[in-house]
Design a protein around this ligand. Structure first.
Ligand code: HEC
Ligand code: HEC
Length: 241
């Protein structure tokens, strides 16, 4: 008797809990729907578990098709001095960049592990073949190797060079990467390099290799590294001709 009462009341309590959680679930779902209709800040994505590393695309790229696709990119990447507005930094140079790295970067924007809103829109509709073609186009784009303009002192650039010993293994002696899946840094805009490094530091750009490298650095060293790599001539602009 006692047993059956207690089991009945247990059932009752259980039913009540279910009812409450059903109401809560409906309420929660409603919040989600309401939340989705309002603009969410895209910058808020801090990647907790590291996403699977991306690989280069295995399809061969066609630079001529890439040139056609890249007309929409020229408005920013083909204009010398073109800037991202908030925060202000130069739009990166793509001329002479490694094809495999370009493919990895574009896939990162496409799947959302790189968070830049405009680039995510640009990459969202690109197929694997489009990405391979665009990478072939920019990586073989002919131009004069150029350095970035820097306001850093010779002393800071020298300090950056010393700190850059830790980067040589992947980015090369002077910032020209040996392996094609790694980015060349030489001649890249200083402000862009600094922005990218800060993003690896905060985790806004999640990368298993770069995150741990950059996390312990202070902001002065980051600025010196950016100044040093930018002062080495290699990457160049892609102004339409
Ligand atoms: C409205 C300006 C704009 C347009 C148009 C644009 N980009 Fe970008 N792109 C940027 C900015 C700004 C960044 C740096 C984003 C960041 O901080 O992650 C960038 C970054 C990139 C990168 C990463 C470079 C690196 O070194 O990691 C690639 C690759 C790229 N863009 C390719 C393209 C391609 C291909 C197109 C055309 C399909 C395109 N972009 C169109 C502004 C633009
Ligand atoms: C073990 C290899 C490795 C080492 C060492 C390394 N990097 Fe990198 N670095 C990478 C890879 C891989 C990427 C591309 C990550 C991604 O896709 O976001 C990268 C990306 C970058 C970028 C972004 C480039 C762009 O165009 O967006 C910068 C800047 C950079 N590294 C600077 C450095 C500096 C400075 C050091 C030394 C303190 C360093 N790296 C050490 C592998 C390395």
């Amino acid at each position: 008797m006692l047993h059956s009462t207690s089991s009945r009341s247990k059932t009752h309590v259980y039913a009540a809990v279910m009812a409450v959680s059903a109401v809560a679930a409906v309420g929660f779902a409603a919040c989600l729907v309401a939340g989705r209709s309002e603009a969410q800040p895209p910058a808020a994505r801090v990647a907790a578990p590291l996403p699977a590393p991306l690989l280069p695309i295995t399809l061969p790229g066609n630079a001529e098709s890439g040139a056609v696709l890249a007309t929409t990119c020229a408005g920013c990447h083909g204009v010398p001095g073109s800037h991202n507005a908030y925060p202000a930094y130069h739009v990166p140079k793509l001329g002479g960049q490694n094809a495999d790295y370009l493919e990895i970067a574009l896939q990162g924007y496409r799947r959302g592990t790189r968070s830049h809103p405009t680039m995510r829109v640009q990459a969202a509709t690109l197929s694997d073949q489009d990405i391979a073609d665009i990478a072939a186009y920019f990586s073989t784009y002919e131009g004069q190797p150029a350095s970035g303009k820097s306001s850093a002192s010779a002393v800071d650039i020298e300090a950056g060079k010393r700190a850059a010993v830790a980067c040589q293994q992947c980015h090369g002696q002077t910032g020209v990467a040996d392996a094609k899946q790694w980015p060349t840094l030489a001649g890249q805009h200083e402000s862009y390099l600094e922005q990218a490094l800060k993003q690896y530091q905060t985790g806004q750009r999640a990368d298993a290799l770069m995150g741990p490298m950059i996390k312990p650095l202070d902001s002065a060293t980051i600025a010196q590294l950016a100044a040093y790599f930018s002062s080495q001539a290699f990457l160049h602009g892609t102004e339409p001709r």
